[in-house]
Ligand binder design. Structure first.
Ligand SMILES: Nc1nc2c(c(=O)[nH]1)N[C@H]1C(S)=C(S)[C@@H](COP(=O)(O)O)O[C@H]1N2
Ligand SMILES: [Mo]
Length: 418
């Protein structure tokens, strides 16, 4: 085993290769780093600094609202129902396309569904899953967390749904201004049943083991595991059961594909812009694991000139080299909140060992690393891509960015003359 300095051991506990740690935990490596890669101090430093879960306050944020709901003064926040004590969810039938329900939960007759009631349901049936939040219009994921809540269907069942329900709309607090409304929707079938490998559509009240903050969408946010961020409405206030047969998500504006699943993509993490002559090039990155899974991450290094043809977006002719998909972290702690012992109850984790039952987990990320051999001095373009479980290079064959960002990531590295 290679020697680790004490300093490195501290940082490495957060995210470390079971390989280096002596193979103590069950290793789910699809492929190992080579001996050469393991011996490279620069690459090891990059790997040791990787963190799997994103602390809640370090998530990227995509939000609308003037004022932003969670920035209201305390009294107004309460008035708006955006504190735990004041939160009340309406579950109603659509006035235009009525659903047949035994009951509705409404402010008007004081039957809206309270946080306390949600906690009662949580005692019977709470769910925890890891999901990466990504905006379909942005280049890279916003953050990866453990989301905890109650399946939405549990609340819908309480309304005794009977007939004429094809879809569910849901929206967040919008300052009582229709223009500020943010709404999304799903087919009722997706909410009532979960396809294989998909956690339920969930009313989330905790992120990484702590009550979900206002900025992240609390007190209660909807989270849809397999989709882009716009389906996961923050500051949830109302659920509408409707017999309308199609989506009317706010995100249909802006030409977005409102039915797309999370795509499998690769992104760069740490790459040095300049590399001394004659040294290998250490690279780390992350791959978002979409609906089609993740089999491989590949990189391709090529001199920056002559440039690749402008119209070329697929680069199928590139000399793609396999990188190594890193195994799960041995310590899942984020901010000291989600201790490893809790992982037994996370969706897709083994109930005994607390390790992921398989790796990587769909709708989350996996880190990857590689050490490219030395190249002659000059300017280089390095690209990364993924191969999904269908052996299809991704992002492909869905290159339309409105179904989720689909660019092949690229960085430039200069190899010095000395
Ligand atoms: N109420 C409300 N929910 C919302 C939004 C919003 O503007 N208002 N933005 C959505 C979009 S487009 C994205 S990408 C995600 C981002 O989630 P995050 O800010 O927690 O990272 O939240 C979604 N939920
Ligand atoms: Mo978004």
């Amino acid at each position: 085993m290679t020697h680790l300095s004490d300093e490195h051991q501290v940082t490495s506990r957060r995210f470390f290769l079971a390989v280096l740690a002596g193979g103590s935990s069950s290793v789910l490596l699809p492929s190992d780093l080579s001996a050469q890669e393991l011996a490279n101090p620069a690459l090891r430093r990059l790997i040791e600094n990787l963190h799997y879960l994103t602390p809640a306050e370090q998530f990227g944020t995509v939000e609308r609202g003037n004022p932003l709901p969670y920035k209201l003064p305390p009294a107004d926040l309460k008035e708006a129902g955006l504190t735990k004590d004041s939160w009340k969810l309406e579950v109603v039938s659509d006035a235009d396309y009525p659903a047949t329900m035994g009951k509705q939960f409404k402010h008007a007759d004081n039957t809206a569904f309270s946080y306390a009631k949600l906690m009662e349901l949580a005692k019977k049936h709470s769910t925890r899953f890891i999901k990466t939040m990504t905006c379909n219009n942005m280049e890279a994921p916003l953050g990866t967390g453990i989301w905890e809540g109650v399946p939405l269907r549990d609340v819908i069942w309480l309304t005794e749904p009977k007939a004429n329900i094809r879809r569910v709309f849901y929206h967040g607090y919008h300052n009582l201004d229709p223009k500020q409304m943010f709404q999304s929707s799903l087919p009722i079938g997706r909410i009532l049943e979960d396809p294989p490998g998909m956690p339920p559509v969930t009313l989330v009240y905790k992120l990484n083991g702590k009550p979900i903050s206002g900025r992240r969408g609390g007190p209660v946010r909807l989270v849809v595991p397999e989709t882009y961020g716009f389906k996961s409405v923050k500051w949830l206030t109302r659920i509408t059961l409707t017999n309308l047969h199609h989506a009317n998500d706010t995100y249909h504006r802006g030409n977005n594909d409102v039915d797309s699943w999370l795509k499998t993509i690769a992104r760069f993490g740490s790459v040095n812009d300049e590399v001394p002559k004659g040294t290998p090039i250490p690279i780390t990155g992350l791959a978002q694991v979409g609906i089609s899974g993740l089999k491989k991450v590949q990189v391709w290094i090529t001199p920056s000139s002559p440039a690749q043809p402008k119209e070329e977006t697929r680069f199928i002719y590139g000399d793609w080299q396999d990188a190594t998909i890193l195994p799960p972290p041995t310590d899942w702690d984020a901010n000291g909140t989600a201790g490893p012992t809790d992982m037994q109850t996370v969706y897709g984790f083994d109930k005994q060992s607390g390790n992921p039952a398989s790796w990587p987990i769909p709708y989350t990320i996996a880190h990857w690393a590689t050490l490219l051999p030395p190249v002659p001095p000059g300017r280089y373009t390095i690209r990364c891509r993924t191969i999904d479980n269908n052996n299809i290079a991704q992002p492909l064959p869905r290159p339309f960015r409105k179904s989720g960002n689909s660019s092949i990531a690229r960085v430039t590295v200069v190899v010095g003359e000395s």
